[in-house]
Design a protein around this ligand. Sequence first.
Ligand SMILES: [Fe+2]
Length: 136
Amino acid sequence: MGAIMWRRQLSVGQPSIDEDHKHLIEYLNQLDEALTAQVYLPRRVAAILIRLLEYTREHFAREEKIMESVRYPRLAEHRRQHAEGVRAITELSNAFTREPSRENAERIYSFTAEWLVQHIIMQDTQITPYVRGVWL
Ligand SMILES: [Fe+2]
């Protein structure tokens, strides 16, 4: 594990989407910090998880709205990927609620960090040609 650093490769080229992604990374880094702390505090992890999940859902809705407004042609497929991401993260987070162990929290961190970075690089950046120079 280690902090995720924002880098140019992650830029979608649309300021509010990029800002949202930076916030999501910030939540993931908070989770990483809580997991690498000397003393493991399940309640601290749970509080971060709630914010991370809420923010992820809000962010996906915002991103989809922007994609709609520029008539992004692969929106339906993108929506499916968001829904699948939320489903997988929610499932892991339910497992953590049932058993708030460090291992279960680490599973959420590794999955979400990997999924999010891949999703941004491989999928979100595909909208760059549609949003570049567009004021939203
Ligand atoms: Fe996305």
